[in-house]
Write a protein that binds this ligand. Sequence first.
Ligand SMILES: [Zn+2]
Length: 669
Amino acid sequence: MTQDPAQRIAALSAELSEHFHRYHVLAAPTISDQEFDRLLAQLQALEEAHPALKRPDSPTQRVGGTPTSDFPTVRHAQPMLSLDNSYSRQDVFDFDRRVRQSLPDEAVEYVFELKIDGVALSLLYQDSLLVRAVTRGDGVQGDEITANARTIPTIPLRLRQPGINCEIRGEVYMESCDFAQLNAQRAATGEPPFANPRNSAAGSLKLQNPNLVAKRNLRFFAYWIHAEGGDQTRHSECLATLGDWGLTVPENKHCAALADVFALYDHYAATRSALPYEIDGVVIKVDSLSQQERLGYTAKSPRSAMAYKFPAYQARTRLLDIHLQVGRTGAVTPVAVLKPVPLAGSTIARASLHNADEIGRKDIRIGDTVLIEKGGDVIPKVVGVDPSERPDDSVGYSFPDQCPSCKGPLTRDAEEAVTRCDNPACPAQLRRRLEHFASRNAMDIEGLGPAVVEQLVEKGLVKDLSDLYELKVEALGALERMGEKSAQNLLDALDRSKEQPFDRVLFALGIRHVGATVARTLAQAFGSLDALCAASVKELEATHEIGPTIARSLYASLPALPALDRVLYKLENKAALQFEIEAEEAAPASYFSSKTAVITGTLSNYSRDEAAALIERLGGKTTSSVSNKTDLLIAGEKAGSKLAKAQALGVAVLDEAAFIAQLKEAGVA
Ligand SMILES: [Zn+2]
């Protein structure tokens, strides 16, 4: 290589930016993926060797960056308003009439755009360089998520025209196939699925690790600009400009008359399921920017635009039966078994019925012709009944008072509107618990899928989680579709699972509200199951990232664990699972070890959450109020009554400088 590194980095950055644009915006790549990866790796290596030469628009930012612990709140220069919306054509006529009355004797033309079901985002460009990305938030202020936005390939890091200062707004979204793939991955690892692509886009944008965001295949459609010295006079010109600058814009069309808008609406209403992304309607905007300005705003929305939404996909079919599904915590949910019917590109045979109240309120009966609807959510639901088609001998549905699996009594939790089977030995609950226990994010036991679990429970080979570890090769080999070899493989997998760390075990136990992330947090903070069960609600609440709601319900459900006592005892002592974090995972001995600290006032280098996390990492605990159990007060600026109380109680007090000195001592600052 004869070029100097600065030239080489500049050339590679420019070349890769161009390929990004060709691949993601134009969908017309000119090099292979391998070649692209090779160039990117070269650039990464050069930037690592010469960090000072890394360019602000470097394409390496597309693959991620440093994780952040929180997103600063930023006020929007102009509020991000939402659009008035309606499902009714009459409302569109009324909108058009109001627009024309406000602009007497002027010709009014519209732009028709597809309305993507995504998450609104504002991008700030200075001298054509992306400097900030902020979510819509409450419309007045949102979260700054610039590092995450930089990973979205259809958001240009540098506009394709120099010297532009502007704000661009648009929608971050996820294509339907990427969404389906993400949910399949989550199902495989035991994580809850996202309800719809909009939720998954919103959740992805808020991930704290940009490397993960980069893998989510988010995309961006731009639909608004406000540029310094911009000379556009029409919205349609703005869309063309956005395209010239390297952004993608939603499908749109100039409409001289309202009739054109309706024709397009009908076309997309009929064909939308063939689009690669979900749209929930169309947007109608007055094309002239000067007219837009004169029309102005209501308190909530511009008067120059409205969203005309599509009705949810609906179908009619026969309700053949109502099945009760028993979850691993005993919650019983009714599921509609339907005569299969096509809806929005798939065949629907089951739908959600929510809960017993809902069935009663809608008087849904087996044998009824029901209306099902697929709205924003993946699972369709039964929304109504056609009583005119009800058979003469129809009888009202009475919700069973017996568990379909164990025949035990069902109880109603009126507050949560949930019906429950409270029998801890219920086979259906046990099956769900075993499936969860074996899942990839939990104990990761290969070969222990639903079919095997069902046989183990049915044949009485497994009555609780701990029985898994006492299975013998002969008994397993006698199961259907299970030879001696697979039986041995399963035993080996069970054996390997004993090495899973405590946080996995904690997650695998299937305690309510303890997902994989909460389990990790609790494992770090408390170190062992014993310590966790002994924790007070205050201590739970003071744990980093455990909100008061989770803390309270955890506190309520942890005492239920002694019911599991025998199982836990066997798991811990006979199967020898990891019931505490291992020595090397445990916090190193430090000034903070075993101390209970309270943080008060404002620290300039850390948020309180960050400071608490550091103390926990170093073996300490944090609580929110000063008492005679407090060992340490970290007092930032403007520390008030807590400082006075700590001094009165003789509690050691560290100011921020002393706190940082101790962190440095422990090697974390
Ligand atoms: Zn039961």
